[in-house]
Design a protein around this ligand. Sequence first.
Ligand code: AMP
Length: 335
Amino acid sequence: MTSAAFAELDAAFAEHGPDLAADPPVAVGHRVVHGGTRFREATRIDDEVLATLEELTPLAPLHNPANIVGIRAAMAHFPDIPHVAIFDTAFHRTLPPAAYTYAVPREWQERYDVRRYGFHGTSHEYVSGRVADLVGRSDIAIVVLHLGNGCSACAVLDGQSVETSMGMTPLEGLVMGTRCGDLDPAIPFHLARTTGMAAADLDRTLNKDSGLKGLTGVNDFRTVAERAEAGDAAAAAAIDVVTHRLIKYVGAYAAVMGRLDAIAFTGGIGEHSPLLRARVLGSLGVLGVVLDESANAAARGEGLLSAPQSRVAAYVVPTNEELQIARESVALVGR
Ligand code: AMP
């Protein structure tokens, strides 16, 4: 399967360019979901790094094995250039202990790496960087809302991630396409006791059959919004739950940072749903957010959503994880 993928890649380059013979690639950048505490920045991949990634598999059993298959295949296809791992967790290396520590026995962190790591870091770094460019300064307090099938919020203070909603795994935090986000941790035990559900069933249900899908039967926000518009009560209630959680997070992050200068929406929903952006921004008057409704409705691509008198600048910023990965890869190999 991987060789078929690379055949397609070669065919796409042959059709659309650039000509790899005349303009050869200098590196291959790989998005890797979990770097644990071992990888805190972009890392050149060698056998030792691959072995360490394999050791990290228990932290990301769904993601890291697939990443490793892709890396090995790409290394076989491009054997003569450096391969660089860019970790989804790395941007959150600046989380303070107060934000990353769960209130569980200390030993769990020391022996089992139980702590919050955060994900979507490449996207949060790219989008917060764009917001700093748009505002014209980097010493600002930003909340980035990455809302796609996976969703996460990140508080970025002076260019550094100081809080984020995903935790040890991508299951924590916001309501997502199929993931529940925040949950009373006693719920799985209650279900195990009362229904006999096994750990693997609960894991699958909370990751694959919850979130929008659990509430409405579909994980696609656009469909949920269309149903709500047509009068479907379950769909409307699901959007209420999504919105409520977002408002709660933005308010909490403003408090954590001590101020809020900007909010940015990204990801498939964040970039394309004026409805959800309006619901969230329209509920943040307490923070001094004033929505420009027509700018929000008309926004295509990057744009300002807040009115001139708004104390907080709100933007939509299409994410560009590929560009961020390319930049970090080139910076590491020192073109
Ligand atoms: P992503 O994972 O970033 O590709 O985002 C996927 C999510 O974006 C899905 O829930 C889609 O329904 C949602 N989405 C994409 N386009 C739109 C749109 N025009 N309006 C609302 N949601 C959208």
